[in-house]
Design a protein. Structure first.
Length: 148
DNA sequence: GCCAACGTTGGC
DNA sequence: GCCAACGTTGGC
């Protein structure tokens, strides 16, 4: 899962109550579908920092609550408000994640690009804008070897 | 700050 | 349903 650390970093997640936070503000259908269809309780999640000084994987988290309606889409005052999303028919969803680990070093995008298992992943492709990308077991394991 | 990539919108 | 225009993302 991707996040801009200026907005919400792995440290912010850690500092949240019980180190748990809802992952709101996803406003992309593909990413939403990954959340709804694929993210199950107990799944491990790598947290990726984007649009910042040190781009790459910063930490590890766990899904503690599966997809449920993102109420910020119905909050007029929220930056994430979407008039098309209603209580009866919510369009947007969020999950809750729990902080597990902050890695000693960011695993930089450059290093990720050198992992051959990642060559097919959207993460290493130019123009990637997906904020949620599923990883295969193989991809996850090869990344984990590089994470401390 | 630039620019490529790509999602979304809206006119037809 | 097509596609041009536009907006946003994100790496550099």
């Amino acid at each position: 899962m991707k996040t801009e650390p200026q907005t919400f970093s792995i440290d912010d997640l850690k500092k949240s109550k019980n180190s748990i936070s809802s992952w709101d503000g996803v406003r992309n259908y593909q990413a939403r579908n990954f959340m709804k269809d694929q993210m199950k309780e107990g799944d491990l999640v790598l947290i990726y920092h984007s649009s910042c000084k040190e781009i790459g994987i910063a930490g590890l988290a766990e899904v503690v609550k599966e997809a449920y309606p993102d109420h910020t889409s119905q909050d007029k005052k929220s930056d994430y408000f979407d008039p098309k999303s209603t209580k009866e028919r919510p369009i947007w969803y969020m999950v809750d994640v729990k902080w597990l680990k902050t890695y000693n070093n960011i695993l930089t995008l450059n290093s990720i690009k050198e992992v051959k298992e990642m060559s097919e992943s959207p993460i290493t492709k130019k123009g990637n804008r997906l904020s949620i990308v599923p990883l295969t077991e193989k991809q996850f394991k090869s990344l984990q070897k590089l994470l401390k």
